[in-house]
Design a protein around this ligand. Structure first.
Ligand code: ATP
Ligand code: MG
Length: 230
């Protein structure tokens, strides 16, 4: 299905203060590919991911999702296709209760109450957060927040999933549960991570960023063997 592909075409991005965070980045992920995005702190991983959902628009080049170039005009369509997990859960959670946060996206899509309920229940169960349903997101622990943030993204049932450090702050059982979830997710994924096990076990392809430039892109085994990461 063509709407599952994600293509960066010579993307450059300069922050308003003049810092060039991405330089001439090109790659394409096709249907069902699970790719890791790695690189040192400050390499530009988050900046790159923000471009995959139109949260930042390129200074030069363009990003295309399933044949649709990301522009201000196409953003509503793009947001339905691409699910984005923020590095900081606090950027994702803003409603008074967990269930309202998870229901927010589906409700915005105009789904009926029964479908919203199905999605909320399923998404919370899949991250082991059912018992957090009536809690206030602001009062959860870091790992609990992370699980709920993942649930808000899953409830949208996106075709492409973009995740920024998804395993950070998860305890070992929650991390394992996320691994299994990622394993069963059939769609396209781009995951920024420092978690070498996650990369080895689940990502068939690895992209390496160094100071805003893509310096390696290939099968994970080869990229690992070349000593590009851990
Ligand atoms: N709002 C901003 N204004 C100016 N520069 C920024 C801004 N946000 C990030 N940067 C800079 O852009 C570069 C890339 O940052 P980014 O957050 O994309 O890195 P990262 O690879 O995600 O790092 P980490 O592993 O720490 O999450 C860094 O040098 C950072 O200081
Ligand atoms: Mg980051």
């Amino acid at each position: 299905m063509s709407h599952h592909y994600l293509r960066f075409e010579q993307v450059g991005y300069r922050y308003p203060d003049g810092h060039e965070a991405l330089h001439d980045v090109s790659f394409e992920l096709t249907h069902g590919e699970k790719a890791a995005l790695v690189g040192a702190n400050g390499a530009g991983k988050t900046t790159l991911l923000l471009h995959a959902d139109g949260l930042l628009l390129p200074t030069t080049g363009q990003v295309v999702v399933g044949g649709i170039p990301i522009t201000r005009r196409t953003l509503p369509t793009i947001r339905r296709t691409v699910g984005y997990l923020f590095q900081q859960p606090d950027d994702q959670l803003f409603m008074p209760t967990v269930e309202e946060d998870v229901a927010f996206g589906p409700a915005n899509m105009g789904l009926d109450d029964a479908e919203i309920e199905r999605r909320v229940a399923e998404a919370l169960a899949s991250v082991g957060a059912t018992e957090l349903r009536h809690r206030a997101p602001g009062r959860l622990s870091g790992g609990e927040k992370k699980r709920v943030a993942i649930a808000t993204v899953l409830a949208m049932e996106p075709s492409i999933l973009v995740m920024d450090e998804p395993t950070a702050s998860l305890d070992p059982p929650a991390r394992r549960q996320l691994f299994e979830l990622i394993r069963t997710f059939r769609h396209t994924m781009l995951i920024a991570t420092h978690d070498v096990e996650l990369i080895r076990e689940l990502c068939t392809r690895t992209l390496v960023l160094h100071r805003g430039t893509l310096v390696a892109d290939g099968p994970t085994q080869e990229v690992l063997a070349a000593g590009e990461i851990g």
